[in-house]
Design a protein around this ligand. Structure first.
Ligand code: SF4
Ligand code: ZN
Ligand code: ZN
Length: 308
C-alpha cells in the first residue's frame, strides 16, 4: 500500500495525522502549520506590539525551547521587538543543571540574551532545602509559587512588556478542568487571566496555547531541538496526571475535545467580563501584588524561617 500524501501540498509523504482536523501532513507542512498556529494565537489574543520587549521563560524542556525557536523566527520580521530568555534555577541538582545547559545552548545558537536567576539568590533557599525543612507542604508548592514570583520580578527588572510562557493546549485544558473539578473555576478565571491587573505584574502570554502537547513534541523532534527529556526527581503522579490521562483518553474518542474545553472556558469568561476583574493590593511585607494582606511567597518564607 502506498504511503498517504500530504493533504496540504499533495506532493510529499505524510508523516503526521491530525485526527481532530483530518489533515495528513508532510514534514515541512507540519512545521509550517505549527508556526502558523503560534502566529494565529498571537493575533487572536493580541499578545504583542511590534516594539515589545519580550521576556521568554525557558526551562530547557520541549515546550519552552520550541516556543523560543518559533518566536525568534517570527521576531525577525519585527526589528523593533526584542527577545530575552529568562530561566529560573530552583535548585534541583543535576536535573536543573542539565536543563539550563540546554536552554543556554539554544540561546547562544539564536543569539538571544539569557538571564538566569536562582531561588537561592532571591529567597535564600533552594527547593531541595525548602522541601527538607517543610515535609508537610513538599517541594512543588514552594517551586510553583516561588517560580511565578521570580519570573515576574526578573521580567519587570528587564523592563519587559510581556512575559511569555511555554504552556501548550494540554496544559491549559488540564488546568481549566482541574479548577472545575475542584470547584475553583471562578477563582481561576479571575486570576488565571492573562491581563496584568496590577502595574507590578508583567502581562503573561502563552503563544503555544493552541498547539496540543503531542504536536509540540513532534515539532521539537522534527526540528532537532535539543531539549531535556527526563522529568524532575520530585515529579509525582498527582491530580494533574489523572486529569491528563483522562483528557488524553477522551481526546482519542472525541478528537478536538481539548480545543472545546478552551473555547467554552473563554466564552464563559467573556460573558462574565468586568465582573471577574480581581482587586489586588500590595503585600505589607514585600510590596508585591496580592489579594490578602500578606502574599503567598511571604507566608511560605515565614514557614521556612520558623523551621530553620
Ligand atoms: Fe518543581 Fe519538580 Fe515539583 Fe515541577 S515536579 S513543581 S519542577 S519540584
Ligand atoms: Zn506537505
Ligand atoms: Zn509578600
Amino acid at each position: 500500500m502506498k504511503p498517504p500524501l500530504c493533504t496540504t501540498c499533495g506532493s510529499d509523504v505524510a508523516v503526521y495525522h491530525r485526527p481532530y482536523s483530518g489533515e495528513k501532513l508532510c514534514k515541512s507542512c507540519f512545521i509550517e502549520s505549527i508556526e502558523e498556529r503560534v502566529r494565529k494565537a498571537i493575533c487572536r489574543y493580541d499578545m504583542f506590539e511590534p516594539d515589545d520587549r519580550i521576556a521568554v521563560a525557558v526551562s530547557g524542556g520541549k515546550d519552552s525551547l520550541t516556543l523560543l525557536r518559533i518566536l525568534h523566527k517570527i521576531e525577525q520580521r519585527f526589528p523593533k521587538s526584542e527577545l530575552i530568555a529568562v530561566s529560573v534555577d530552583e535548585g534541583l541538582g543535576e536535573y536543573r543543571t542539565e536543563a539550563l545547559e540546554r536552554a543556554s545552548r539554544l540561546c547562544r545558537k539564536l543569539g538571544v540574551e539569557h538571564v538566569v536567576r536562582s531561588f537561592k539568590q532571591v529567597f535564600g533557599y533552594t527547593v531541595e532545602e525548602a522541601a527538607e525543612l517543610d515535609e508537610e507542604l513538599g517541594p512543588c508548592t514552594y517551586c510553583g509559587v516561588f517560580r511565578r514570583r521570580v519570573l515576574n520580578v526578573v521580567a519587570r527588572e528587564l523592563g519587559a512588556d510581556k512575559l511569555v510562557t511555554g504552556h501548550n493546549l494540554d496544559d491549559v485544558a488540564q488546568t481549566i478542568l482541574m479548577n472545575l473539578l475542584r470547584g475553583n473555576l471562578l477563582e481561576f478565571m479571575r486570576f488565571g487571566l492573562d491581563e496584568a491587573p496590577h502595574p507590578k505584574l508583567v502581562r503573561r502570554v502563552k503563544p503555544l496555547m493552541l498547539v496540543p502537547e503531542r504536536e509540540v513534541a513532534f515539532y521539537a523532534y522534527l526540528t532537532g531541538i535539543g531539549f531535556q527529556r527526563r522529568t524532575c526527581p520530585y515529579f509525582t503522579l498527582g491530580f494533574r496526571n489523572e486529569v491528563r490521562n483522562t483528557l488524553n483518553r477522551l481526546e482519542v474518542m472525541h478528537p478536538g475535545i481539548k480545543f472545546s474545553i478552551l473555547r467554552d472556558f473563554e466564552r464563559l469568561r467573556d460573558a462574565l467580563g468586568e465582573r471577574l476583574k480581581p482587586s489586588l493590593r500590595e503585600c505589607k511585607k514585600c510590596g508585591e501584588p496580592t489579594t490578602g494582606e500578606v502574599c503567598q511567597v511571604c507566608r511560605l518564607l515565614e514557614r521556612l524561617e520558623a523551621r530553620a
